[in-house]
Design a binder for this molecule. Structure first.
Ligand code: ADP
Length: 354
């Protein structure tokens, strides 16, 4: 009997502890929700004001639609509406709205802008400024199809053959410069993006770049040497092919690791959307970069491309230029970064021929 009583006491204790933990989690979730709601108040729009139209793409949180936002008297306009998928967990919803809060706190011509948020009467909707040409990766690949003489494949693509043909190499250089401008701004706000790549940049009707996707962005804390950096201890999905050696080895992210990613973005631009490191698996990329490698360039990459990527891919983070310096470097050298061959070399026995 004594044993049963002891077991019961233990069991009750466990239950009480578990209940306390759940209450704590709920409390912190409520606090976060409150903060999110307060930040987004100025952006709240009624669901009836949003007319969802065709699907533009699919993301981690759900689908992105073209939408028409009716804001009387004369503020109506087309927007991109991100809809949280129907069976999202509360934590996912917080994450979704937290990203909207992050975007709401920015104000830069090359950072995508938040237009509105609907949080009642259905799954949350986040309305963003519309980027007519969609993400930069799709934009580059549409040009590549064109350059390879193929039909501009998808009828869903907003890029017509004529439109795509009018994008010059200089315009591509400008897109990289605009990404550097966006990162310079984020740096001034103490924010590390951590996921800079063509798929996370958007191209608007003026063919101007808008940095997007702040799901991985973090505010920095001063590192041991006073340099702002963000050490990531909780490993999730990481964009290995765009990551700097120190991020891969130690989970350390900083403005300098974002600059490494700009170098990989340059590679995506000059190859018109090829996968960095060819068909090498992420695991092999990890080993390859740990052994001192950096992404292979196309054999005929221009000296301009080689010069710029060499700067971004210096092994020691402190030796890399800042995003502001990259911006200045490109402002002084607006000529085309493009190469004529679209594929970086494939690895043979784990080695690239450079
Ligand atoms: P993810 O969650 O994978 O980062 P997103 O949800 O941000 O992706 O977007 C998914 C896709 O929707 C993008 O790849 C892009 O093609 C399209 N998209 C996202 N935002 C916009 C926008 N503001 N304007 C136009 N298209 C967009």
């Amino acid at each position: 009997l004594a044993l049963v009583a002891a077991a019961l006491v233990m069991y009750r204790r466990v239950l009480r502890r578990r209940a306390a933990r759940v209450l704590n989690e709920q409390e912190s979730m409520r606090a976060r929700h409150h903060h999110v709601a307060a930040t987004l108040t100025a952006y709240l729009v009624k669901r009836e004001a949003v007319e969802l139209r065709e699907k533009l793409g699919a993301g981690n949180f759900g689908n992105v639609h073209l939408a028409y936002l009716r804001l009387p008297p004369d503020n109506s306009r087309s927007v991109a509406a991100k809809e949280l998928h129907a069976n999202a967990a509360p934590a996912e919803e917080s994450e979704f709205l937290r990203e909207a809060c992050t975007i709401a706190s920015f104000n830069h011509e090359h950072v995508v802008r938040l237009v509105g948020v609907c949080i009642s009467g259905g799954p949350p909707l986040v309305l963003m400024e519309l980027a007519l040409f969609g993400d930069l990766l799709g934009y580059l690949r549409a040009r590549r199809h064109l350059a390879e003489g193929a039909e501009c494949a998808s009828t869903e693509s907003p890029v017509s053959v004529e439109e795509a043909a009018h994008v010059s190499g200089e315009a591509l250089t400008r897109l990289v410069r605009e990404a550097a401008a966006a990162l310079t701004y984020l740096g001034s706000r103490g924010v590390v993006h951590r996921d800079v790549r063509a798929a996370n940049c958007l191209v608007n009707a003026r063919r101007s770049l808008k940095l997007a996707d702040f799901g991985m962005a973090r505010e920095t804390a001063a590192g041991a040497d006073g340099a702002p950096e963000y050490a990531c201890r909780r490993r999730a999905m990481f964009p290995v092919l765009w990551m700097a050696p120190e991020s891969l080895a130690h989970g350390v992210f900083s403005a300098a690791s974002d600059v490494w990613a700009i170098g990989v973005l340059v590679l995506e631009v000059v190859t018109l959307g090829a996968r960095p490191y060819g068909s090498m698996s992420p695991l092999r990329v990890l080993e390859y970069v740990a052994a001192g490698g950096c992404p292979p360039l196309p054999l005929d990459a221009s000296p301009h491309t080689r010069g710029l990527t060499r700067l971004c891919w210096q092994r020691e983070a402190e030796r890399r230029p800042s995003a502001a310096e990259i911006h200045e470097y490109l402002a002084e050298r607006p000529q085309a970064l493009r190469a004529a061959v679209f594929e970086p070399p494939e690895a043979v026995d784990g080695k690239f021929v450079q």
